[in-house]
Design a protein around this ligand. Structure first.
Ligand SMILES: NC(=O)c1ccc[n+]([C@@H]2O[C@H](COP(=O)([O-])OP(=O)(O)OC[C@H]3O[C@@H](n4cnc5c(N)ncnc54)[C@H](O)[C@@H]3O)[C@@H](O)[C@H]2O)c1
Length: 385
């Protein structure tokens, strides 16, 4: 029987609902208390989920709480994670680890010194879609990977988010920090660590218009580049062209395509857990579909469109599995899959991509990381309810 870890939630915003849902899927996590810099938000959350609301400081010092779940905004991730560790708590944060590399590095140092676990979203790579792709790559289904393309591109959140400014702010704005973690974490799991990155930017419009809410039709200033076209070279020699953009109205490209010397592969959406993998081994042949909807973390579980924009009714969302897997790892004294080294490497690639694209100068990636072992059915079964 797994121990049920007592979780303290800091940051009671939109995404918190998804983590409360995770308690229904996984058997070793229970959010018992919550806090927010805006106490009203904590009170509201506590009422909905029948838990206790505390001040942030009281939650950090609460003796019952064993893991802090940090769902604050990206620029607060570092400070909240740091305080959690200083107060002797393991911490699991939403993506990214921090908004700058040195802060991320410091978090890992503190965690090591205090012998505490650090975990970080995204955990989507533990889903059926990416795990099936990894399995096929390991079997050399498409041979040695030489090249690939990856893209996240859309017009930006301003049309459907009432407060879109943070996505366009100087320090934490732009598509690399926002969506890069999903793509880069998936690519690192598929291909191994990255070595260097180069690229360029395109600056979109200077001002954008809010499309919804009380400030509808108000404009605001765009303070960061909104399109990054990068080339990442991985340690294994694979070259990936990665496009991340808030300036594209629509497109029909696949999220990730990998080209090997024995075939090509379409990898499903790294922002979600399910989706089919497609493989083609000969020009003109039909693409073979590898379904993941029977895999425990690929099964469709989003039946109706919720308020979350990234949840379509035909997809699988098991966010929170990384937290549950971390709890299991703490209990069994093993390294967790969504671990600090992986997140720091991803943060390194994020920051280096932005620097390379803005400056036009190739950046060497400073860190390395061990790739988490595939998530076995046995391991998954141990934490599933
Ligand atoms: N919204 C999404 O679709 C989505 C999806 C995946 C991941 N994420 C990530 O989850 C995180 C939260 O996103 P969200 O959409 O829930 O944001 P949100 O703005 O709805 O909620 C964030 C909450 O954190 C609180 N907060 C901010 N700074 C704090 C601090 N220093 N201490 C305590 N509380 C603080 C805010 O008051 C707010 O209630 C972000 O890192 C985001 O990248 C969001």
């Amino acid at each position: 029987m797994n121990k049920v870890f007592k979780i303290g939630l800091i940051g009671c915003g939109h995404i918190s609902e998804t983590y409360f849902r995770a308690e229904k899927y996984f058997n070793n996590i229970k959010i018992i208390k919550c806090a927010d810099i805006i106490y009203q938000n904590a009170l509201k959350c506590a009422k909905i989920y029948n838990i206790k609301a505390l001040s942030v400081n009281d939650l950090l010092k609460d003796e019952e709480v064993e893991i802090i779940l940090n769902l604050t905004i990206p620029k607060a991730h570092y400070e909240v994670a740091r305080k959690s560790l200083i107060n002797g708590k393991h911490v699991y944060s939403e993506k990214p680890l921090a908004i700058n590399f040195n802060d991320g590095k410091e978090l890992l140092k503190i965690a090591k010194r205090k012998k505490l676990y650090i975990g970080n979203a995204p955990d989507t790579f533990l889903g059926g879609g990416i795990q099936k792709s990894i399995e096929l790559l390991r079997k050399k289904t498409i041979g040695k990977i030489n090249l690939g393309n990856a893209i996240f591109a859309f017009p930006g959140v301003q049309s459907y988010h009432p407060n879109p400014e943070p996505w366009f702010s100087k320090k934490e704005g732009g598509p690399v920090i926002d969506m890069g973690p999903y793509y880069i974490t998936a690519l690192v799991n598929l291909l191994g660590p990255a070595k260097k990155v180069s690229g360029s930017i395109m600056r979109g419009v200077n001002r954008r218009t809010i499309g919804i809410g009380p400030r509808k039709n108000k404009t605001f200033k765009v303070e960061c580049p909104t399109t990054y076209l990068s080339t990442i070279i991985f340690e294994n020699g694979t070259i990936i062209r990665l496009t991340l953009s808030f300036d594209v109205i629509a497109h029909q490209r696949n999220h990730i395509e990998l080209y090997g010397n024995k075939g090509s592969m379409i990898v499903p959406d790294p922002n979600m857990f399910g989706g089919s993998v497609y493989v083609c081994k000969k020009l003109g042949d039909k693409w073979r579909e590898y379904k993941t909807n029977k895999m425990p973390l690929g099964k469709i579980n989003i039946r109706s469109q919720s308020s979350r924009a990234n949840e379509s009714s035909t997809n699988a969302n098991y966010r929170g599995v990384g937290l549950s897997e971390m709890a299991y790892s703490i209990q069994n004294n093993k390294s967790n899959k969504c671990n600090g080294e992986l997140s720091l490497h991803v943060l390194d690639i994020i920051q280096s991509t932005m620097k390379a694209c803005i400056s036009g100068k190739t950046q060497l990636i400073r860190t390395n990381c061990k790739i988490p072992k595939p998530f076995s059915l046995d391991e998954i079964k141990k934490i599933l309810k």
